[in-house]
Design a protein around this ligand. Structure first.
Ligand code: DLZ
Length: 179
């Protein structure tokens, strides 16, 4: 597993683009809230550390991980000015039934699809573990905090999109502005 090799929170801060001015939505699942609140703390501390202001972090809660994607879609549809990225934070723990598989499949596929449909980074910050101990290890424990990893991914992808969009606008002006 990748997380055996890599602490989710260890990175070189100099490799991260400046995020000041970015507007980031965070959707948090209330299921396993001890874990998801720790993920939220990791994510928002990380965003602030890299320049995102408090008022540019929009946090909303949904009942469970299954609802994360719809929560993210609401944020994308109803927030102005538009968001640069949305982070989905949840924790699904393996139980005795197949619920785990259904929730994990749905949330992974839907988060992926939402990002493509909206051409906006929608980040998968969902822990999918065998037990509570594994989740705690990845929510501020010995494997770091997946909320931090999700925040860094949001910043990097938003910076990439903003850079390419700005370049595209410049190129358009250079090419078509001269016609
Ligand atoms: C029902 C359920 C179960 C059994 N387990 C979890 C879980 O481990 N993590 C989680 O985020 N949500 C769980 N849920 C709730 C579902 O995500 C969802 O909220 C309900 O099925 C209602 O749609």
């Amino acid at each position: 597993m990748a997380t055996n090799l890599k602490n989710l929170s260890s990175y070189n801060p100099n490799d991260i683009p400046n995020a000041s001015g970015m507007r980031i939505g965070i959707v948090v699942s209330e299921w396993n809230e001890q874990i998801t609140h720790a993920l939220l703390e990791g994510a928002s501390d990380c965003l602030k550390k890299h320049g995102v202001s408090d008022e540019n972090i929009m946090v909303e809660y949904v009942p469970g991980s299954f609802e994360l994607t719809l929560g993210a879609q609401y944020l994308l549809d109803y927030t102005l000015p538009e968001l640069d990225a949305v982070i989905c934070l949840g924790c699904v723990i393996q139980g005795e039934t197949r619920h785990f598989d259904f929730i994990c499949d749905a949330v992974a596929n839907d988060i992926h699809r939402l990002g493509i449909d909206y051409a906006t980074p929608v980040i998968f910050g969902v822990l999918t573990t065998n037990n509570q101990e594994q989740a705690l290890e990845r929510a501020g424990g010995r494997h770091g905090n997946k909320g931090v990893e999700a925040a860094l991914t949001a910043i990097k992808m938003a910076a990439l999109r903003n850079k390419l969009e700005a370049q595209f606008e410049k190129d358009k002006e250079n090419i078509f502005g001269k016609l």
